[in-house]
Design a protein around this ligand. Structure first.
Ligand SMILES: Cc1cc2nc3c(=O)[nH]c(=O)nc-3n(C[C@H](O)[C@H](O)[C@H](O)COP(=O)(O)OP(=O)(O)OC[C@H]3O[C@@H](n4cnc5c(N)ncnc54)[C@H](O)[C@@H]3O)c2cc1C
Length: 359
C-alpha cells in the first residue's frame, strides 16, 4: 500500500505492478493535482549533480525508465531539448559535473551558445556545459500516466486522506493492512511524522514570458550559481523562468498564493542580463508551487517502525521517481542497500543538489 501518488509513490506503484505485485495507491487528490509538488506542467531531467556519481547514474537510469513508460503507454512525456549549465568559474559545479558525467560515459560537451538562443549574453560566464541527452518531462501528465499504467497492470488507485495507525493505514472508518506500507507524502510527510522527518516546505514562483517565435526548441538551461533556471517555450506555455532561491515557509495544506511582484522584478533583472531581447517581453503567465526540502537536499527513503517513508525531493526529485522506485524495491528484495544519506538521521545543511547552488 502506497500513500501519496506523486512522482515517488506513483513510480513505486508502476514498478511494483510491473513485477506483478498487488498494489493499492492512495491519494487525497487525483494524481498530478497542482497542490502536490509533482503537479505543474514541466520538470527538467538532467544528469549533472556535481561530484555525486550516485544521483548522476540514478538520473540516467530514470531517463531510460521514463522512455519505457512512454513506450508502454504511448504517452509523450519527454522532450529532449538538451540542458545547458552556465558556468561562472573553471572549477565550480559545472566542472565537477562534467568530470562525473564523463567518468560515467554520459554524453556531455562544452558548448558555444552564441547561436543556441535567439538572444544570449554571456559576459559573466566562463563557459557552458551541455548535456545533449537531457531535457524536459511533462510532469503532471507523467504522474497521471504512471498511475494509469499501474492501474492497467492491476493496481487499485483509491482517493482519500489517510493517516498512520502504527504499521497500518487509517482511511476514513477503515484501518487497512498490507505486507508493506509506504508513505510518500511529499510536503505532508513532516506533518504525518512530526519529529521524525526534517522537511521544510517552501513557496516557489515560476514566470512564463511570451518570447515570440524562435524560443520553442532552445536548450533548457540552469544558472546554478545565480539560482535561476528555465526552459524554452514548450507546449505554448511561454519561456519559463524559475526563481530557484529557497522561498518562505508555506504549509502544505495552505492555499497557494499568487506570484509576487518582488520576485517578478528579480526575474526580470536576470532576464535583462542573460536574454536581453526578452527583457520587456509580455508576461504570459505565472505559477506557484512548493518545495519540500531536506537540510542536505538528499532524498528520504527509509524504514521506520514497520512502514517506509519516501520523499524529501528537495526541488530535484521529480526526474528520479522511477529509478528511485526501482532501487527501493531492489533493496527490499536483497539487492543493493539504499545509501545512508537517504536515512532518518539528523542532517547537516549542505550545498544544494537542485538547480540553485546558493540560498
Ligand atoms: C516549481 C518546482 C520546480 C521543480 N523542478 C524540478 C525539476 O526541474 N526537476 C526535478 O527533478 N524536480 C523538480 N522539482 C521537484 C520535484 O517536483 C519534487 O521533488 C517531486 O515532485 C516530489 O514528489 P513527491 O512524490 O515526493 O511529492 P508530491 O508530488 O507532493 O506527492 C505527494 C502526494 O501525497 C499525497 N498525500 C499527502 N498526504 C496524504 C495523506 N495523508 N493521504 C493521502 N494522500 C496524501 C498528496 O496529495 C500528494 O499527491 C520541482 C518542484 C517544484 C515545486
Amino acid at each position: 500500500m502506497i500513500v501519496g501518488a506523486g512522482t515517488f509513490g506513483a513510480s513505486l506503484a508502476w514498478h511494483l505492478a510491473r513485477r506483478g505485485d498487488d498494489v493499492v495507491l492512495v491519494d487525497q487528490f487525483e494524481p498530478g493535482d497542482v497542490r502536490a509538488t509533482s503537479g505543474g506542467e514541466t520538470r527538467l531531467i538532467r544528469c549533472g549533480h556535481g561530484t555525486d556519481a550516485d544521483y548522476t547514474a540514478m538520473a540516467r537510469r530514470a531517463r531510460t525508465l521514463w522512455c519505457e513508460l512512454e513506450a508502454e503507454t504511448g504517452a509523450s512525456l519527454y522532450t529532449e531539448t538538451g540542458v545547458s549549465w552556465f558556468a561562472h568559474s573553471d572549477d565550480g559545479w559545472e566542472a565537477k559535473s562534467e568530470a562525473t558525467l564523463r567518468a560515467l560515459g554520459i554524453p556531455v560537451e562544452r558548448q558555444d551558445l552564441t547561436r543556441a538562443y535567439p538572444s544570449f549574453a554571456a559576459d559573466d560566464l566562463t563557459w557552458v556545459l551541455h548535456e545533449p541527452e537531457a531535457g524536459v518531462l511533462r510532469a503532471q501528465f507523467a504522474v497521471q500516466t504512471l498511475a494509469r499504467a499501474a492501474a492497467a497492470r492491476g493496481a487499485r488507485v483509491v482517493r482519500g486522506r489517510a493517516a498512520p495507525d502504527g504499521d497500518r493505514v487509517r482511511l476514513g472508518d477503515e484501518v487497512l493492512e498490507a505486507d508493506r506500507v509506504v508513505w510518500s507524502c511529499g510536503g505532508w510527510l513532516a506533518k504525518l511524522f512530526p519529529g521524525l522527518v526534517d522537511v521544510r516546505v517552501t513557496f516557489q514562483e515560476l514566470f512564463f514570458l511570451d518570447g515570440g517565435s524562435g524560443w520553442e526548441r532552445v536548450p533548457a538551461w540552469i544558472d546554478y550559481d545565480r539560482g535561476v533556471y528555465g526552459t524554452g517555450d514548450l507546449d505554448d506555455l511561454g519561456v519559463k523562468f524559475a526563481w530557484d532561491q529557497e522561498g518562505p515557509p508555506l504549509d502544505p495544506d495552505a492555499d497557494l498564493p499568487p506570484a509576487t511582484a518582488e520576485t517578478e522584478q528579480l526575474m526580470r533583472g536576470y532576464v535583462a542580463d542573460r536574454f536581453p531581447a526578452l527583457a520587456t517581453a509580455r508576461l504570459k503567465g505565472t505559477k506557484t508551487c512548493r518545495y519540500e526540502i531536506t537540510p542536505d537536499s538528499h532524498f528520504i527513503a527509509a524504514a521506520h517502525d514497520g512502514v517506509w517513508l519516501v520523499g524529501g525531493g528537495s526541488g530535484h526529485g521529480f526526474k528520479h521517481g522511477p529509478a528511485l522506485a526501482e532501487r527501493i524495491v531492489a533493496a527490499w528484495h536483497g539487492g543493493a542497500p539504499l545509501p545512508h544519506h537517504f536515512g532518518l538521521h539528523t542532517r547537516e545543511r549542505a550545498p544544494s543538489l537542485r538547480s540553485a547552488g546558493s540560498n
